[in-house]
Design a protein around this ligand. Structure first.
Ligand SMILES: C[S@@+](CC[C@H](N)C(=O)[O-])C[C@H]1O[C@@H](n2cnc3c(N)ncnc32)[C@H](O)[C@@H]1O
Length: 210
C-alpha cells in the first residue's frame, strides 16, 4: 500500500503549489534556518488557513502560538474588511520577530500580539471569535479547546495543528500522546461541533461550531 507521506519530494512539490509571495517565502526560508525552525506552519497549511479564514468571513481571529508569524500572516490575509487577528505567543523574542514579519507582510495594522501564556490571555479575551488557530504547547490543547469553544460563534471555525503527533496518537503510549488522543476522540464525538482530522502535515483538525 502506498502512502503519500512516503513520496520523495512531496513537501517541496506542495510548497511550490502553495502560492507563496516573496514575503511568505522569505519568512519560510529565514525561519527554517532558526534552531526550532521546524515548528513553523508549512506553506500548504498556510494557504489552507487563508482559505478557511476567508470562507468563514472572519472579523475576529485568534492564533494560539505564533512563533515567527507564518500562520498569522496567512490568517490575517484571510480577514474580512475591518477584521482583526490577536496572536498569543509565550516567547518575547519570537513575538518580536513575528511583529517584524507581520509588518513587512502588510498586515501589522490589523494584528495584535499578546506576549505570555495563551491560557491567561484567552481567559480575558471577551470578543466573539470567528476563526481560531491552535498551534502552541501540545499538552495545553484540551485547555485551549475548552477556552475557545464557548467564545466561538455558531458557524465559526477552529483549526488545531499537530493533532497526529507524528502518528504517535494511534498508540497513545505516554501522557503527552494520550492527552492528544483523548482530545481527538472528544472532538470527534462533541455534539457541539462538526469536525474532521485531516492528514495534512502533522495532522490538522478542522472544527466548525454548530
Ligand atoms: C508550533 S509553534 C507555532 C507556529 C506558528 N503558528 C506558525 O504558523 O508558524 C508553537 C509556538 O507556541 C509558543 N508557545 C508554547 N507554549 C505557549 C503558551 N503556553 N502560550 C503561548 N504560546 C506558547 C511557542 O513559543 C512557539 O512559538
Amino acid at each position: 500500500m502506498s502512502r503519500t507521506s512516503d513520496i520523495p519530494g512531496l513537501t517541496d512539490y506542495l510548497t511550490r503549489l502553495a502560492g507563496q509571495d516573496d514575503t511568505l517565502a522569505r519568512v519560510n526560508r529565514e525561519t527554517g534556518e532558526l534552531p526550532h525552525g521546524g515548528m513553523q506552519s508549512r506553506p500548504d497549511q498556510g494557504a489552507l488557513l487563508t482559505i478557511l479564514a476567508k470562507t468563514v468571513g472572519t472579523r475576529t481571529a485568534v492564533e494560539v502560538g505564533t512563533f515567527t508569524g507564518y500562520g498569522a500572516i496567512c490568517i490575517a490575509r484571510g480577514l474580512a474588511d475591518g477584521g482583526r487577528l490577536t496572536c498569543f505567543e509565550y516567547d518575547p523574542e519570537y513575538a518580536e520577530i513575528a511583529r517584524g514579519n507581520l509588518d513587512s507582510a502588510g498586515v501589522g495594522d490589523r494584528t495584535t500580539i499578546v506576549v505570555g501564556p495563551a491560557i491567561e490571555g484567552l481567559a480575558t479575551f471577551t470578543e466573539e471569535i470567528d476563526f481560531a488557530y491552535v498551534d502552541a504547547d501540545k499538552p495545553g490543547y484540551p485547555g485551549y479547546y475548552d477556552a475557545l469553544l464557548p467564545k466561538l460563534r455558531s458557524g465559526g471555525m477552529m483549526v488545531l495543528d499537530n493533532t497526529l503527533l507524528g502518528g504517535r496518537v494511534i498508540e497513545a503510549g505516554d501522557d503527552r500522546t494520550r492527552t492528544m488522543a483523548e482530545l481527538n476522540t472528544r472532538i470527534a464525538n462533541d455534539p457541539a461541533v462538526d469536525s474532521v482530522l485531516i492528514g495534512l502535515a502533522d495532522g490538522m483538525t478542522i472544527v466548525r461550531k454548530r
